[in-house]
Write a protein that binds this ligand. Structure first.
Ligand SMILES: [Zn+2]
Length: 338
């Protein structure tokens, strides 16, 4: 099958963008370029994806390369759609259950850190009247744009969540799964995202927890954090070898025992086992690469996120531990203040 026609960026969507350098509105100068009339910055459009990046730090460049590589490598051989063996079988289901509300509302929204765009595209298919923008630092979006070619209500933008190149107060919802903890300053990223919402717009996000409520887990996490000091410096091919060697070990020593415990109906015990809900080795390898390769990894307590919500004036704020749904992390949700 030939796929020579690259999807074009649709100029009607340019009003939803903003300059990553100065925040001004952008304009299309030609089919493959967007310009900022205010600061004269120029940004390429590659395979239908505006690349709106300005001055990334070294660690951000590394983050970008890591996730471009992970998404492009692990999406290839998906033999069967396999969800988590947990009360929430997917990321989106978890965000919905933990926030106790629909993620999607109004007329336009953002998947912040959308990876390969798969879940945003499926959500866009379910809501044809709503415009979706998937934003990510990784270049995997160019593939996402091609795969979502037949979905008219989604577009992808390559950008940094520290200063999302998206228009202020232009969106009705934002959701983000497992991304903010890999940014340089997650609370700043959270505030920047919140500024993209109209008053009353909904934000829902999942981040890693610090296990300050579970001392034993916190102790077990310490060597992992120590190992990251070395592993985040590994060259990409070596990191991948490490992940693929580690994945079967994790599968046998953690995932299988967790399955056995669930089979014995010891669910409360099973849900404390890391990687206990993963469907297979491929997913574990991708996750190990993510866990051990990402330059930034921040962790939070319930009270940290309650403080984010309070400081931002979030309405109907809710912070919950995701353990009941089989995920080790926290969900923060609420509405942008008027
Ligand atoms: Zn500008």
């Amino acid at each position: 099958m030939e796929n020579s026609a690259q999807p074009a960026w649709d100029k009607n969507w340019t009003a939803l963008l903003a300059c990553p350098a100065c925040g001004a509105s952008l304009a299309m100068s030609k089919e493959t370029e967007i310009i900022c009339p205010s600061c004269s910055a120029r940004f390429p459009i590659r395979a239908g994806v505006p690349v709106l990046l300005a001055n990334p730090t070294t660690a951000e460049t590394k983050t970008q390369e890591l996730y471009s590589d992970i998404w492009n490598s692990y999406k290839k051989k998906q033999r069967r759609p396999s969800g988590y063996h947990a009360p929430a079988t997917s990321h989106l289901e978890l965000l919905r259950k933990a926030s106790d509300s629909e993620l999607v509302q109004g007329t336009a929204g953002i998947d912040a850190g959308c990876g390969n765009g798969g879940s945003a595209t499926s959500l866009a298919r379910q809501h044809p009247g709503i415009r979706f923008i998937g934003i990510d630092l990784a270049a995997s979006l160019q593939m996402a744009a091609i795969l979502a070619e037949d979905v008219p209500n989604i577009r992808f933008v390559q950008g940094n969540l520290m200063a999302p190149p998206l228009a202020r107060q232009a969106f009705d919802f934002i959701y983000s799964f497992g991304v903010l903890h890999h940014t340089r300053d997650p609370q700043t990223a959270f505030r920047s995202l919140l500024e993209r919402l109209r008053p009353g717009g909904r934000i829902t996000l999942f981040v890693y927890k610090d296990f300050s409520d579970l001392p034993l887990k916190k102790i077990l996490l310490a060597p992992v954090t120590l190992a990251r000091r070395l592993s985040t410096r590994l060259p990409a091919p070596l990191l991948r070898k490490f992940a693929w060697c580690g994945a079967p070990v994790v599968y046998i020593t953690l995932t299988w025992p967790a399955r056995l415990l669930r089979w014995l109906r010891l669910n409360r015990l099973a849900r404390h086992i890391p990687y206990g809900t993963f469907p297979g080795i491929r997913g574990i390898a991708a996750s190990l690469e993510d866990r051990f390769g990402a330059p930034y990894e921040h962790r939070f307590s319930l009270s940290d996120l309650q403080e984010w919500a309070r400081a931002a004036g979030l309405e109907e704020a809710r912070v919950v531990d995701c353990l009941p749904w089989g995920f080790s992390g926290l969900v923060l949700s609420g509405l942008a203040p008027a």
